[in-house]
Design a protein around this ligand. Structure first.
Ligand code: AMP
Length: 633
């Protein structure tokens, strides 16, 4: 039975952990091969391959030069600017080497941080790989974040250099990046000394600060053909920081190691994604997210594939664009999000049959729950297996998935299948006891977390332990903060978050972060933000705000005007990505007598469900107000 094969493979990865992961280590190149896989002397901190020495850039680029120097490493298409080109591994190597030289000239040394605030351009991948080459720690900040969010991340990472572009493009609209960067640097307490600016020629008004800003093209030209050797790093040296939202307003810097990450990604290509070296992989995410880090940049390149890098929307110039790219580059493995597929599902289905997608062997979807109608529609249309992946920024690769490279198991719609090798997954009740089959529990992982997962929270080991390993009394077990259930066949189903984090279009947002942004508007005294179900995006944030002066929203026109101002305040503080779908004005929020905001009850009302037991409510009129506000507009 194929399911038994997957189970046995998983079991070995847990029970014979050391041998299992030493075997996987041979999937990558080492300067000094490891003699042991894991140092677990200080759990929950796991150090993978600590005595091995390797380099991510070497594995993603240099090691392919001998055998695939003339093969396409990166195929770039921007439907926003019309720019298209392909770089071979040799060309990518030259670009990365030059960029590494530029960073060195700007004073970047091993262990220094470099923040990348960039749109989906090939230079973003080059800059990431250049950092990896010299052992600098990159931190990519998604280009949709506003200057205040960028400033927070700058102050946490304290970068030596920040790399940005004059502008991004979305849906044909130019979005200036540089003014946002300037504002962030002005607000930050620890701004970098140098800013490297990639001039795409999009924003004619983009300005430069003399002595601080350096032009990318000029700097690249001045480095010329200088050789910049890779810096061999201890296996557990940090490779990057990626900030993610939690229940507090302060984002956490997920810190990733070097060797464990490389091994985990290489193994995932073999056992989960099934791509072959020389083939093309197309991941429709953004380099600002974890899926982009792992499956646009590092995994396909480590595996010797061609990565298709796309700047643009899935429905522009038309709803056939993704399939046109599949046909053109003969993509065998595609990775996208349920939201992107739901957007396409609303378009004319003829777009799908217009292109030859027969090269595709599998479609992988992750980042949010995959609903059955969407999964069914796309698997019927493409006639390929659709694999639902469940994972998080923290893990860097899937926790739950089918593993066609181990054995082909039947899929169940709505389920990301089984625990992936290396992850000792358990469903626990709040007291830390495993729940019986069919009963809901928190998806938990017994330490050590496998290679590739976060090694700590950047600069804050205590926060790593208190955030992730303190949910179950008396035991140090990793909490995913997701509810899950398993059926009698061992298939898992994810049932939603246990905390106040919402997931919109596959991206995680903390309700507290949005609340802080809304409260930035001077008219707002107090606010509650909840995630409300949405047919396309999965969830959208909706705000319920109490005004300092209730008269501010006395008429529908005044309320609408104020709502627009609040949108703007959120755009400026957090970025449009956090903008609530609606701001409702109320005079009191539902709280318990001890003052705890009842977000769950508000959410239930907003979704037309029963708000539950309300006997502990401080002011019983509060829920009625929410009900009325929802009816109002
Ligand atoms: P992020 O770290 O932004 O990728 O968000 C991770 C969160 O997204 C998880 O904790 C889940 O709540 C949700 N998520 C990711 N993948 C899935 C999936 N396949 N099914 C259900 N929820 C998912």
């Amino acid at each position: 039975m194929s399911t038994a094969a997957v189970r046995a493979f998983h079991q070995r990865s847990i029970e014979d952990r050391e041998a299992f992961w030493l075997e996987q280590a041979s999937l990558i190149d080492w300067q000094t091969p490891p003699t042991r896989a894991l140092d677990d002397s200080r759990l929950p901190f796991a150090r993978w391959y600590p005595e091995g020495r390797t380099n991510l850039c070497h594995n993603a680029v240099d090691r392919h030069l001998a055998t695939r120097g003339d093969q396409a490493a990166l195929a770039y298409v921007s439907t926003e600017t019309g720019r298209e080109f392909t770089w071979t591994y040799r060309e990518l190597h030259a670009e990365v080497q030059r960029c590494a030289g530029v960073l060195q000239d700007l004073g970047v040394r091993t262990g220094d941080r470099v923040i990348l605030y960039l749109p989906m351009i090939a230079e973003a991948l080059v800059a990431m790989l250049a950092c990896a080459r010299i052992g600098a720690i990159h931190s990519v900040v998604f280009g949709g974040f506003a200057s205040a969010s960028l400033a927070t991340r700058i102050d946490d990472a304290r970068p030596t250099v920040l790399v940005t572009a004059d502008a991004g493009m979305r849906g044909g609209r130019m979005i200036p990046y540089k003014p946002l960067v300037d504002a962030a640097l002005a607000a930050a307490a620890h701004p970098p000394a140098k800013v490297l600016v990639i001039d795409r020629g999009l924003d004619a008004d983009s300005s430069r600060v003399a002595g601080r800003d350096v032009d990318y093209a000029e700097a690249m030209a001045s480095v010329g053909q200088r050789e910049v050797p890779v810096v061999w790093l201890p296996g557990d040296a940090p490779s990057y920081i990626l900030y993610t939202s939690g229940t507090t307003g302060r984002p956490k810097g997920v810190q990733r190691d070097t060797a464990g990450y490389a091994v985990a990604l290489a193994a995932s290509m073999k056992y989960i994604y099934g791509g072959q070296p020389g083939e093309a992989m197309f991941t429709t995410s953004d380099i600002g997210w974890v899926v982009g880090h792992s499956y646009i940049v590092y995994a396909p390149l480590i595996h010797g594939m061609t990565t298709v890098v796309y700047e643009g929307l899935p429905i522009r110039p038309d709803a056939g664009i993704l399939w046109r790219l599949v046909e053109r580059f003969k993509v065998t493995v595609m990775f996208s999000s349920p939201t992107a597929i739901r957007v396409l599902k609303k378009q004319d289905p003829a777009w799908l049959s217009r292109y030859d997608t027969s090269s595709l062997r599998g479609l992988y979807l992750a980042g949010e729950p995959l609903d059955e109608p969407t999964a069914r529609w796309i698997s019927d249309s493409l006639q390929v297996p659709v694999t639902d992946n469940y994972w998080q920024t923290e893990t860097g690769w899937p926790i739950l998935s089918a593993m066609p490279g181990v054995a082909d198991t039947p899929r169940k719609f709505g389920s990301p299948s089984f625990p992936v090798y290396g992850f000792d997954v358990q469903l626990l009740d709040p007291d830390g006891h495993p729940v019986p089959v069919g009963q809901k529990g928190v998806v938990a992982i017994r330490p050590p977390l496998p290679p590739g997962c976060l090694s700590t929270v950047w600069g804050d080991d205590a926060r790593f332990v208190s955030t992730y390993f303190s949910s179950f009394s008396g035991q140090q077990v990793y909490s995913s903060f997701d509810w899950g259930v398993a059926d009698e066949d061992g298939y898992y189903f994810i049932l939603g978050r246990t905390d106040d984090v919402i997931n919109t279009a596959g991206h995680r947002l903390g309700t507290r972060e949005i609340e802080e942004a809304v409260s930035g508007h001077p008219a707002i005294a107090e606010v509650a933000v909840v995630g409300v179900q949405d047919a396309v995006k999965g969830q959208v944030p909706v705000a319920f705000a109490v005004l300092r002066d209730a008269a501010g929203a006395a008429t529908p026109a005044a309320a609408e005007a104020l709502e627009r101002e609040v949108f703007l305040a959120v755009d400026q503080a957090l970025g449009a990505i956090g903008r609530p779908a609606r701001v409702h004005f109320v005079t009191v929020l539902p709280k318990t007598r001890s003052g705890k905001l009842l977000r769950r009850s508000i959410q239930a009302l907003a979704e037309g469900r029963d708000p539950g037991d309300m006997t502990t409510l401080e002011d019983p009129a509060a829920l009625e107000q929410i009900r009325l506000a929802l009816l109002d507009r």
